[in-house]
Design a protein around this ligand. Structure first.
Ligand code: AMP
Ligand code: MG
Length: 324
């Protein structure tokens, strides 16, 4: 059945109460967080949560992250917070770290995709925090984009795929981090990073004083843990600088995202990316959205440094790239 289009309201920080009222009414609302825009529903309203899956076209077995506003509310979602998890929470919350815990019986399997674990974080954004606090139930919020597409870091990116499908968006400007949260599974004996993000393996190990795992590939049901994800409309290829330079004379209608100095060719559009990692992350999705709105045929991305600090960028670009 085709869903009916609705008028998506554009709200701002001045309309928090209206956003909260819509959420209380079982609607879904896109809102800013420090990572990317999230598509929020009341975490204790199953019908509202179902609307997230419908409007994103997201498969129902793909679990959602619960966003809360204070550490003492974790107990509503899990009975098993280890001392290590408390340390990480104290150190990194509010912030871009999602922790996976064994779920409480009362947590809906719609949130957990049928798993026995639940993902929780406290976002570091004044609008998100105020909305969560006023709603009082926690929100579930995957990225506010159609399933598998490039994540949104500005309100207009959200509207590209969700306008007419969601009740409202709260425009809070550009997301400061620009890449999804680090996900760490705290339900295992040794914590495992399931999705790299701004909080790196080294940062976590320093706080815990132990070595943790960060496998390149795993079978957990984590966002983006499928071959294709985060994909722009145009095919995207990752190439080394040498490879790009060799290609230049032969190719047309290209956009190149680079951070090295390149010999530039007239028929190509260049997007200079920051060489500093956190700035690169901030600019990544916005640049992909910008290029998507032009008429180039392909996106070439200069291979980022293969360093642990860049593992989130490498992870997202590899999944966004077109497989040969
Ligand atoms: P996104 O879909 O971009 O909002 O990212 C949220 C991701 O967190 C989901 O897609 C999940 O795959 C991941 N996640 C949520 N709950 C769990 C869980 N219990 N175990 C593993 N990953 C989870
Ligand atoms: Mg997503």
């Amino acid at each position: 059945m085709k869903e009916a289009m609705i008028k998506t309201k554009i709200l701002t920080a001045l309309h928090i109460d209206e956003a909260v009222a819509l959420l209380k009414n079982g609607e879904v609302v896109a809102l800013p967080t420090e990572t990317v825009y999230g598509l929020a529903a009341d975490a204790k309203n199953v019908e509202a949560i179902n609307k997230i899956f419908i409007s994103k076209g997201r498969p129902s077995e793909h679990p959602l992250i619960v966003h809360i506003d204070t550490l003492d509310r974790v107990g509503e979602w899990t009975e098993n917070i280890s001392e290590d998890a408390k340390k990480l929470a104290k150190h990194f919350w509010p912030g871009p770290l999602t922790m996976i815990f064994t779920k409480k019986n009362s947590v809906s399997s719609l949130i957990t995709g049928g798993l026995s674990t639940v993902a929780v974080r406290i976002p570091n954004h004044p609008i998100a925090l105020e909305i969560i606090k006023k709603l009082g139930n926690g929100i579930v919020a995957p990225s506010a984009n159609a399933h598998k597409k490039t994540s949104p870091t500005q309100a207009e990116h959200v509207l590209k795929t969700l306008d007419g499908k969601i009740a409202a968006i709260v425009d809070g400007g550009t997301c400061s981090i620009g890449i999804e949260s680090t996900i760490i599974d705290m339900s295992k004996e040794v914590p495992v990073i399931l999705r790299p993000g701004a909080i790196t393996q080294e940062m976590i190990e320093k706080v815990l004083g132990i070595a943790i795992e960060s496998p390149l590939k795993h079978n957990e049901k984590v966002s983006g843990n499928m071959e294709f994800h985060y994909q722009p409309e145009k095919p995207l290829y990752i190439m080394t600088r040498d490879h790009i330079e060799k290609l230049l004379p032969t190719e047309d209608a290209l956009a190149i995202m680079h951070y090295s100095n390149l010999h530039q060719s007239k028929n190509i559009t260049y997007y200079a990316m920051p060489t500093e990692k956190t700035l690169y992350a901030q600019a990544l999705y916005a640049t992909l959205h910008t290029i998507d709105s032009t008429d180039v045929k392909k996106i070439i991305v200069e291979k980022p440094p293969f360093l642990s600090e860049w593992s989130d960028i490498n992870d997202r670009l590899i999944k966004a790239s077109s497989k040969k």
